[in-house]
Design a protein around this ligand. Structure first.
Ligand SMILES: *Cc1c(COP(=O)(O)O)cnc(C)c1O
Length: 487
């Protein structure tokens, strides 16, 4: 037996793995949603050193079952309601498997034309499905690209924005003076991270006030802050508006913010990591009001709600020139006729690393398997279940609904009558911990309107009405038990 897995061996083990995944997904509900592993437990079960001699693949699969599985939180469990969904699906898994099997590294067009051109096709398809403006299309002045994450998308947008704000000088000379980035208290922490990576520093991340009720950014406060910073000599690089914040799916007023950005000539990035894909439904397209008119860049993650296995984050820019200006470096060993001819896209210039996976395959597989109507049905099912849950919460005097859900996220808290806010918040967290430790569901928390709220994010591939109803029953039951205990 040679050290390499022969095609015949691969066929056999490949079938075992596909069968194993099919069984796992069919029975995922039988596991506790959140892993019960103690810190270090998985590590202790594994050898201290790599094996000297090769082992049969069955041994790996057996250890996946014995050691890895108990150390997993089951994101594909239909009662996983934490964070946002990172839902996967059969076609996405198979598309990813094809990508691994082909082993293509698509850094440039010439390193695999189909890798680049399929990516161009699917990002343009998505731009059409989401109703994004023509300038975001590859045949316009801008274009789209598949990133690993919305965090990377934010960083790339910031680098392009800095390039533009510096008149193209930053790539060669580095940052001169003070550059600022505008966010709200509800903006994802990825933006502050991007500011650190880009060399702005956290101190130059300017936090704009939000409306205390809706938690949406206040455009007047942005205008005032921008004017003040400029008067003090700062160079504003970028404003990030969020469509669907992580805590509560608040939607910043993109058009009003865009108007302010235009007055000041500042780049507007729209982070719609979770919510953006919902615009595939015409009735939800209003989420993106203002994007077509004002956004310089826009990001959304098919790897959250759109059935595409992590990682798959989309970024579009309305003008690719500043992005390429910021990131294109051409060493001799990458020179080639196709790139020099200018008729091809080299996505290496649209991201941080040089190398890139063939991610378009899984997105393509998802788009073709479901079709736009199948994807709309999935989004609508999540929105409808969230609305039903919100009705139940609102009708229950023991609970307070934070607000009517716009999408798949429901935020609520027990009322805890008579308890001071701080004690009530502690009790809410205790309730969450009890629920998550029970294994029947998993949810997370956020702070909204100054209070701790529980977040139930609905949208998993396998989540049905009964899972949401069971979860709500669990919440009520554990809440009653805790009330008795606390008496
Ligand atoms: C999830 C999320 C992110 C981060 O997404 P990654 O792809 O994990 O980097 C950024 N912004 C918002 C609004 C999010 O909900």
């Amino acid at each position: 037996m040679s050290a390499h897995m022969s095609p015949e061996e691969f066929r056999r083990h490949g079938r075992q793995v596909v069968d194993w995944i099919a069984d796992y997904l069919a029975e995922v509900e039988s596991h506790p949603v959140r892993s019960r592993a103690e810190p270090g437990e998985v590590r202790r079960a594994l050898p201290d050193a790599a094996p000297e001699h090769g082992e049969p693949f069955e041994a790996v699969l057996a250890d996946v079952e014995r050691i890895i599985l108990p150390g997993l939180t089951h994101w594909q469990h239909p009662s996983f309601f934490g964070y946002f969904p990172a839902n996967t699906s059969g076609p996405a898994i198979l598309g990813d498997l094809l990508s691994a099997g082909l082993g293509v590294q698509g850094m440039m067009w010439v390193t695999s034309p189909a890798c680049t051109e399929l990516e161009t096709v699917v990002v343009d398809w998505l731009a059409g499905l989401l109703g994004l403006p023509g300038r975001f299309r590859t045949d316009g002045p801008g274009g789209g690209v598949i990133q690993d994450s919305a965090s990377s998308a934010s960083l790339i947008a910031l680098l392009a924005a800095l390039h533009r704000a510096s008149g193209g000088r930053v790539a060669a000379e580095g940052l001169r003076g003070r550059h600022t980035l505008y966010v709200s208290s509800q903006t994802h922490s990825a933006l502050e991270k991007a500011a650190r990576i880009a060399g702005l520093g956290s101190a130059n991340v300017r936090v704009v006030d939000v409306d205390p009720g809706t938690l949406a950014m206040d455009p007047a406060a942005l205008r005032a802050l921008l004017a003040r910073d400029r008067a003090e000599g700062a160079v504003p690089a970028m404003v990030c508006a969020t469509v669907g914040t992580t805590a509560t799916t608040a939607v910043d007023p993109v058009a009003a913010i865009g108007e302010v950005c235009r007055e000041h000539g500042v780049w507007l990035h729209v982070d719609a990591a979770y919510a953006g894909v919902a615009a595939i439904c015409p009735e939800l397209r209003g989420l993106n009001d203002g994007v077509a008119e004002y956004a310089d860049s826009y990001a959304t993650n098919p790897h959250k709600w759109l059935l595409t296995t992590f990682d798959c984050g989309l970024l579009w820019v309305g003008d690719r020139a500043p992005l390429l200006g910021a990131l294109s470096v051409l060493p001799e060993f990458l020179r080639n006729a196709a790139s020099a001819g200018g008729s091809v896209v080299d996505y290496r210039d649209w991201q941080v690393p040089l190398g890139r996976r063939f991610r378009a395959l899984k997105l393509w597989a998802v788009l073709r398997w479901y079709g736009a109507e199948g994807l709309r049905a999935h989004i609508r099912a999540g929105v409808a279940l969230a609305a039903e849950l919100a009705d139940r919460v609102a009708a229950d005097p023991e609970f307070v609904l934070f607000e009517r859900p716009r999408l798949g996220l429901v935020c609520f808290r027990p009322a805890w009558p008579g308890l001071p806010a701080e004690d009530a918040d502690r009790a809410t967290l205790r309730l969450m911990e009890t629920l998550n430790a029970g294994g029947a569901l998993f949810l997370t928390h956020a702070r909204a309107g100054g209070r701790v709220v529980l977040r139930m994010a609905i949208g998993g591939t396998a989540t049905e009405r009964r899972h949401v109803e069971q979860a709500w029953d669990h919440v009520r039951r554990e809440h009653s038990a805790l009330k008795v205990l606390m008496r």
